[in-house]
Design a protein around this ligand. Sequence first.
Ligand code: ZN
Length: 205
Amino acid sequence: MGEQVAEAAEGGADYVHVDVMDGRFVPNLTFGPAMVQAIRRWTDLPLDVHMMVASPEQYVEETAQAGADIITVHAESSAHLHKVVQAVRDAGSKPGVAINPATPPSAIEEIVAEVDMVLVMSVNPGWGGQKFISGAVDKIRRVRAMLDELGLDAEIEVDGGIDPNTARAVAEAGADVLVAGSAVYGGAAAVADAIARIRAKAMGA
Ligand code: ZN
């Protein structure tokens, strides 16, 4: 995994997105802070840690110490979202907030001023290689409008089903950060070429 992370860094990636899954908030089980720390040694790129876990507050401190630059928690995962976001900030990482496909932008209206990133899920979290949910494009547009209206400069990130075919629409709608897994690692193309192709499409080439 370290070698694949290094390959993405050399291939022009801007961030390394790390999906942490606990087998509760999402059915899949991946890894936790120890793996974040192991990945940290392979790249200087910002580690963007996506916490798909039921009780994110339990892991904030450890994940920050493991070297996460950004820790994104799901709006659906905590009844005390504001407190978790503050805990991320206090631990020295940048907080992000994520919303699932069925969660409207209004659910994060009261927290967006406190975060550096808003993650719009364009698939249901927990499995790789899913098909892009097209309603995400309009949702990105609405999140962009909300941020603009409030005068906030948080980045909008989109995660799930991103490939050269979906990159343009999400970028046009206002996404700043595009997460790609299968489209980068799952094909026959070299990692650098796969990244370049998605970036070119996002930029309108
Ligand atoms: Zn993710």
